[in-house]
Design a protein around this ligand. Structure first.
Ligand code: FES
Ligand code: FES
Length: 159
């Protein structure tokens, strides 16, 4: 039996220890906001927070998590100041195209703003480089992160 604390609530799951956290979230806890992309920690679509750290749920066996680890998913990130600011900025900047990668993008951005409230372009690029977007919304993602951080928008690079 595995105990997971997800979005502030403890759950006891009868699942194998090697089950990826992604499947525990989506299939056992019915939290489908976290997406499956590559399955091998290369695309970032499955990003969640484990104790505030951006973590690839597809490559995290549930049995590897510390007892008491706090997992946060896209379904609850709006309850944090950074997450709420990002979700508002995402809509203002109109970041999304197909939307598939965007839950993971917001989770990585929220972890960045929690540790670095006023990130530089280099900070943003380093934090977000593992989150791929097949629709190439990268420029708008940078703009939205800066907007959420209350910073002037200076990035003029094409995505
Ligand atoms: S699905 Fe986890 S990183 Fe791609
Ligand atoms: S918005 Fe389509 S994959 Fe990023």
């Amino acid at each position: 039996m595995i105990t997971l604390t997800v979005n502030g609530k403890a759950h006891r799951l009868d699942v194998p220890e090697d089950m990826p956290l992604l499947w525990a979230l989506r299939d056992e806890l019915e939290l489908p906001g976290t997406k499956f992309g590559c399955g091998v920690a290369q695309c970032g679509a499955c990003t969640v927070h484990v104790d505030g750290v951006a973590t690839r749920a597809c490559a995290t066996p549930v049995g590897s998590l510390e007892t008491g680890a706090k997992i946060t998913t896209i379904e609850a990130i709006g309850a944090t100041a950074q997450g709420k600011a990002l979700q508002t900025a995402w809509l203002e900047v109109d970041v999304m195209q197909c939307g598939y990668c965007q839950a993971g993008q917001i989770m990585s951005a929220a972890a960045l703003l929690q540790s670095t409230p006023k990130p530089t372009d280099d900070d943003i690029d380093a934090a977000m480089e593992g989150n791929l977007c097949r629709c190439a919304t990268y420029k708008r993602i940078r703009e939205a992160i800066k907007s959420a951080a209350g910073m002037a928008l200076t990035d003029t690079r094409e995505a």
